[in-house]
Each structure stands twice: as structure tokens, then as C-alpha cells.
Unconditional design. Structure first.
Length: 462
């Protein structure tokens, strides 16, 4: 593993006496064993105190004391890269809540005892920063290769955040939780209320934005009993669907398949983290309304399972779920329109329909909606993954109108009305709203046309 270290960090670890007992820990070791690129290196230093560690690092770069209470120093090396250095510690639960721990630092703590405080075996491995020796006291490498998520020890039950970390690790690392770990998680269901919403949001965002197989994270939530804390999601379990359209099973099963398909799309993989999150939550919630809208009724003499109106009901439920999760408004305002409009493929695209759809979606876009439609259509195994023809036609027309990534902007503005002798007042808003409706209907397509429309309408109203 040492060959993956940046030159500046390797020189520091090799040449600094105080770092003779330094270990690479956590995700960097795990990712190295998986053959994945290692981006961040976390280093745990044994045998020194906090002040001694800070002094040693400060001789070679900038040492920011951002986590003294947790024994953490953020070190900026000469090459500009930032690395976290920490001290081994013992954590003792002394109060309710995610932060209700008493932390004790002791230079005499050995690697085995230090590793035991970590959450999962796959995160508890260590590599000596000078010799390259892998220390694996809890079978993390075995579990990683077997695809098993297993908690490290009894201390796991003291911190409920670890359950949500398990959700995103199952997704990111393609893991299934061990039965004993699921049993511990079920015993921790009542502790969910101890978690601050910002920490809950952080774990969900990791699930939504980092590559993996997201259905495994959802399956972990269900098996651990923690799905009860997301009642809108739990309600989808067992909701039947018409097998002609959905041979894969119930709504919950379909949602997992859709998310897995989404994470395989070029659009999701190439997106920025915010857009990844928007698309992931839109797929997670796109059929959330089916729990209340699904019924059986005759269609053409045959009883069918239908869910009419689930898109509109789903918009309201999605907004409630996202707000409770603490998802910021800038993302909620993009996610909810995608849920509301995910059935828009039923309407044949016309220029008028595309203009109005782009407006209803904003600030989300038709390209994002097309990605949601593709993943929705692809989440129905054994049917093959596909891009619906309706989504392709919609995208093609939107691109021909330059509306695939943005909604139409009003052509007639207040300054145009002033230039025609109108005084600002209550009528302004009414005229501008009427003009925009006419623009969406295709009555004009440029500023000159907008002005001519206004002049004609104003003249006829006198």
C-alpha cells in the first residue's frame, strides 16, 4: 500500500521520529484492498501525545487544530494535500446522543485496542506506515472479500449513527450485513431519536451520491428494522403492481431496481454530487404515492392493478420526507418536480407541451426527467433495461427548442411595458402573467412578437 502514498506524505512518515508508530487506517486501507483509487489517507499515530504530534507536524507544514477533543489534526503538506492525523482513543458512553461519549487518549493504547473502537471490520484494518504490514485483528479483509458487513464489537451498540453508516457502506461496497449485526441494529431502533438531523442527512447523502448498488443499502434498512423511521418508504413494501407492467414485484422491489439502474447510467455517473443526489432521491420517491393510490379496477373487461394519481400524491409525500431528512431547499426544489412529472411520457410531446413541462419542472430539467424515466423503465427485470421511446422523443424535441437544460424565460418584461407608457401598478403583474402564458402557448417566440402581442391585446381592451 505504501506505494500509493503521495511523495510528500511518504517522506513525512519515513523521516519524522514522532511518527515511527504511525498507521494508515480506515477507508484508505479498505479501498486499497478493493483495488480502488485511494483519495484520502487517514493516519493514526501511537506513542505520542497531542501536543507532541502537533509540534512534529508543524515543522513540515500547516497543522490545524480542528478536532482536539477527538485527537484530530488536519495537516496540509507542501504539495497542498490535506491529511487527517489522529491519536488512538477509548470512547465511553456517558450520556444519550451521538456525542454523549467520554474520550480518553493514552499513548500506551495498542493497535488492537484502538481498532476495536471502529464500527465495522472492513473499516478496522490498519497498515504500518513504514513497514507496510497489514494489521487485521477482526477479519476485515475476509469480510470484505466475502461481501459481508459485520460490526467490530460490543461498542457498536453505543452509537446509533453506525446503523445509518451501515446503510451507505452496504451500497458503496456491495455488502450484505451479517445476521448478528442486523440483530444488534434491531436492538438500536429506539435510539434513532438521539441523532441530530444533520448527521442523518449526511449519511443519506453519501448513500445517494457515491457509486455503489443503492438497493443493498435499502435492503439493509429494511432488515435492520430502521425502515420504520422512514414511514413513507416503509409503506411501499408489499404494495402490489400489475404484473404485465411490473413483473419484478411490489413497489419497494421496483424502487430498488430503479435505483440500481440509475447508478449505472452515464447521466448519473457524470453528474456533480448535487445532481446525483437529486436524481437518486427522485427515483427513491417517484412511486411513493402508490401506497395510497393503488387499487384494483376493471379495464377492458379485465381486473387490473392501477395507481392513478400516484405522481401528484407522491409530490406531497416526497416533500414531507425530504424536509424531515433535512435535505436543503435547493435540492428539494429540484427533486419534488421530478416526482410530480415522472409520468409526463404519457403525453405526446408538442412544442406547447414541452414549453409547459420545462416550466413545471424548473429548476429541474427535462434532461434530468429523461434520466428518471430511463431508470424507471429499466427497473423491471426480467424485462431488459431500456430508454423509453417517449423519453427520447421528449428529449429530442426539447433539444431542438433549446429547452433540455432550462425552462423558458419570459420575453415580455416590465421595462417593455414602461416603454409603452404604462405606469407600474397592479396591472403590471396581470399583463406579464398573461404574456408568459401566451408565450408558452406559442403565440410569439421573440421580443418583437411579445411587444406586438401586448400592443394588440392592449388596443383591444380599451
Amino acid at each position: 500500500m505504501l506505494e500509493t502514498l503521495p511523495d510528500a506524505l511518504r517522506w513525512l512518515l519515513d523521516r519524522t521520529p514522532e511518527l515511527a508508530r504511525a498507521y494508515l487506517v480506515g477507508g484508505c486501507v479498505r479501498d486499497w484492498l478493493r483495488g480502488r483509487p485511494v483519495g484520502d489517507f487517514d493516519i493514526e499515530v501511537h506513542g505520542v501525545g497531542y501536543d507532541e504530534l502537533v509540534s512534529a507536524l508543524a515543522r513540515h507544514g500547516r497543522a490545524d487544530l480542528v478536532g482536539r477533543s477527538f485527537g484530530v489534526v488536519k495537516f496540509t503538506a507542501d504539495d497542498g494535500r490535506i491529511h487527517d492525523f489522529s491519536l488512538p482513543r477509548r470512547d465511553s458512553k456517558v450520556a444519550r446522543g451521538h456525542r454523549g461519549f467520554e474520550v480518553e487518549f493514552d499513548p500506551a493504547i495498542g493497535p488492537e485496542e484502538a481498532s476495536a473502537r471502529r464500527d465495522f471490520t472492513v473499516n478496522a484494518m490498519m497498515v504500518h506506515a513504514r513497514t507496510g504490514e497489514l494489521l487485521d485483528f477482526h477479519g476485515g479483509e475476509r469480510d470484505l472479500r466475502a461481501g459481508v458487513l459485520r460490526h467490530t464489537g460490543p461498542a457498536f451498540a453505543e452509537d446509533p449513527l453506525r446503523v445509518l453508516r451501515g446503510m451507505q457502506f452496504c451500497s458503496r461496497l456491495h455488502l450484505e450485513a451479517a445476521s448478528e449485526t442486523l440483530a444488534v441494529c434491531r436492538s438500536m431502533v429506539p435510539l434513532h431519536g438521539e441523532l441530530p438531523v444533520e448527521r442523518i442527512r449526511e449519511e443519506w447523502m453519501k448513500w445517494a451520491t457515491r457509486e455503489g448498488r443503492p438497493s443493498l443499502g435499502l435492503r439493509f434498512l429494511q432488515a435492520s428494522g430502521w425502515l420504520v423511521h422512514s414511514p413513507e418508504l416503509e409503506a411501499m413494501v408489499g404494495v402490489e403492481q400489475d404484473p404485465g407492467w411490473h413483473p419484478e414485484g411490489d413497489v419497494w422491489t421496483h424502487t430498488g431496481h430503479c435505483l440500481d439502474a440509475l447508478f449505472d447510467t452515464a447521466a448519473w455517473r457524470g453528474a456533480d454530487p448535487a445532481t446525483r443526489g437529486v436524481l437518486s432521491f427522485a427515483l427513491l420517491l417517484h412511486d411513493i404515492g402508490k401506497a395510497t393510490c393503488t387499487r384494483r379496477e376493471p379495464r377492458d373487461g379485465v381486473e387490473r392493478i392501477v395507481s392513478s394519481g400516484h405522481d401528484q400524491v407522491g409530490g406531497t409525500l416526497a416533500a414531507t420526507f425530504l424536509e424531515r431528512l433535512g435535505i436543503q431547499e435547493s435540492l428539494r426544489s429540484r427533486i419534488v418536480p421530478l416526482v410530480l412529472q415522472h409520468m409526463a411520457y404519457l403525453q405526446e410531446p408538442t412544442p406547447r407541451a414541452v414549453r409547459r413541462l420545462a416550466t413545471r419542472l424548473a429548476p429541474a430539467t427535462i434532461l434530468e426527467l429523461a434520466t428518471v424515466m430511463e431508470a424507471d423503465a429499466s427497473g423491471r427485470p426480467p424485462l431488459p433495461r431500456r430508454i423509453p421511446e417517449a423519453a427520447m422523443r421528449l428529449t429530442e424535441m426539447a433539444e431542438s427548442m433549446s429547452l433540455e437544460s432550462a425552462a423558458p424565460r419570459p420575453l415580455l418584461l416590465g421595462r417593455h411595458l414602461v416603454a409603452r407608457g404604462m405606469q407600474p401598478g397592479p396591472d403590471f403583474g396581470e399583463w406579464l402573467r398573461a404574456a408568459f402564458e401566451a408565450q408558452l402557448d406559442g403565440e410569439f417566440s421573440d421580443t418583437a412578437g411579445a411587444e406586438a402581442w401586448f400592443d394588440a391585446r392592449r388596443a383591444s381592451s380599451r
